[in-house]
Design a protein around this ligand. Structure first.
Ligand code: ARG
Length: 460
């Protein structure tokens, strides 16, 4: 077969080169965007009288038919046709003869692939946003059912203070909200149109770049034709956004893996999301969560690989840029799959109320509550901290809780301590004492739950 670009060549391409340089094995995924871009381009060519209305209509009808064929898998991928752009064009020429060869007027694969990728990324962002909302809702929908459950919150993976379970769930909603904000911001820079930049310098033909940009729903035209063809910043940004989503998912997975161990006993993972061992019959392993954690590595790798790919490139299109697609496709598929699985697991992990309760009064989660009691009595924080430290030491040495110390023992530290001290001890009292904005105080958490329900459009 004669290649589109073979005019100047005197020798056929080596078969090794065809195999080595092809991208159809992965960029077939851009067929919808490629055809969408081509339809808009044909409309623009007609609008600018570079083709007739009849030619435009024939081109568009053929492109639509080709799209259908792609959808049905009726277009075989051929290595010698390199990429998705040449596959579409070849199909067009097979249908329309010479007319098919007019579509590439005032266009290069350089601005074409940049356009396709931006269209694809825009859709990918919208899809991820929907998946993030589903996951946020999965956390939010647990809040009422788990409202009464008190969990130890950890710092340094040491028991720190008691919190309401929904306080944890909403912390995840916040993280994923920031991921959504980042995607929305990234989308602004994705949604700009490179089409019409042609190979690098623009074109001498009277095209209308604004017309085609509007047809494709872009909100801006990328001005500089050199920049338009080779800017992949938007992909790096998108990869970074996905990296942070994966990182958040990985942290959650790790937390739930820990929580579901018999050492923690906070959570029971549903059987449907666990797998067994081929040798140890008792095992119920958290493989799904482990894979969420593990797959995060690939996504973070995408950010690194993309930046490395771009770091040595002068301005203009280079074939290196073809390597951007498998990276981003893989990261997107991975993050999408992790989000889907997470949204399915989150509603089903059952908090083990007994397991949690059993150890809840261990670990002096109420020590800070006692310290703040002293502060409210006018004792400087530093002194209060030291006093409570000594009281905790006394309790540890005699294997008691703070609430089990006698009033005399408390007063040996400070005569300011009254019998009302018992009202701030124990995790329930400690939580009831909370009042600051955004704290785990029950009223604060309730308010936040209402706010999130309104934000995500969940009925109360
Ligand atoms: N398959 C190529 C890519 O993914 C399309 C652009 C090729 N352009 C070129 N001048 N060879 O980047």
């Amino acid at each position: 077969m004669q290649k589109r670009w073979a005019g100047v060549f005197t020798e056929a391409t080596h078969p090794l080169v065809e195999k080595f340089t092809e991208s159809i094995s992965f960029d077939w995924r851009l067929f919808r965007q490629d055809i969408e871009g081509s339809i808009a381009h044909a409309e623009m060519l007609a609008h600018c009288h570079l083709i007739t209305q009849e030619e435009k209509d024939a081109l568009i009808a053929a492109l639509q038919a080709i799209r259908e064929k792609f959808e049905k898998g009726e277009i075989p991928f051929r290595q010698e046709l390199e990429d998705i752009h040449l596959h579409v064009e070849q199909a067009l020429v097979e249908q329309l003869g010479d007319l098919g060869g007019k579509l590439h007027t005032a266009r290069s694969r350089n601005d074409q692939v940049a356009t396709d990728l931006r269209l694809w990324t825009r859709e990918a962002i919208d899809q991820l946003d929907r998946s993030l909302v589903s996951l946020q809702k999965a956390f939010l929908n647990r809040c009422d059912r788990d409202f009464e459950v008190i969990l130890p919150a950890y710092t340094h993976l040491r028991r720190a203070q008691a919190v309401l379970a929904p306080h944890y769930w909403l912390a995840y909603c916040e993280r994923f909200q920031r991921d959504r904000e980042r995607l929305a911001d990234c989308r602004r820079r994705v949604n700009r149109c490179p089409l019409g930049a042609a190979a690098i310098a623009g074109t001498s033909l009277p095209i209308d770049r604004f017309f085609v940009a509007e047809k494709l729903g872009f909100n801006e035209v990328i001005v500089n034709s050199i920049d338009a063809t080779c800017d992949r910043d938007f992909l790096v940004e998108f990869a970074f956004c996905m990296g942070l989503i994966a990182l958040h998912l990985s942290g959650w997975a790790e937390e739930w893996i820990l929580w579901s161990t018999s050492e923690f006993r906070f959570l029971r993972l549903p059987d449907a999301f666990c797998t067994g061992s081929s040798i140890m019959p008792q095992k119920r392993n958290p493989d799904v969560l482990e894979l969420v954690r593990g797959k995060c590595g690939r996504v973070l790798g995408c950010v690194q690989a993309l930046m490395t790919l771009l770091k040595g490139l002068p301005l203009g299109y280079h074939r290196d840029l073809q390597e951007d697609k498998p990276l981003v496709f893989d990261a997107f598929d991975t993050v999408s799959a992790c989000l889907e699985v997470a949204a399915a697991v989150v509603p089903q992990g059952e908090l083990d109320r007994q397991g949690i309760e059993k150890q809840l009064e261990e670990g002096y989660l109420d020590a800070t509550s006692l310290m703040e009691y002293l502060i409210r009595r006018g004792i400087p924080q530093r002194n209060a901290h030291a006093m409570v430290g000594r009281l905790v030491r006394r309790a540890i040495d005699s294997n008691r809780r703070l609430a089990e110390l006698s009033l005399e023992e408390f007063q040996s530290e400070s005569p300011d301590i009254g019998s009302d001290v018992y009202g701030v001890l124990g995790v329930r009292n400690a939580i009831a004492q909370m009042r600051s904005y955004g704290s785990t105080a029950p009223e604060e958490v309730s308010k936040q739950i209402q706010l999130w329900k309104a934000r995500l459009g969940v009925s109360t």
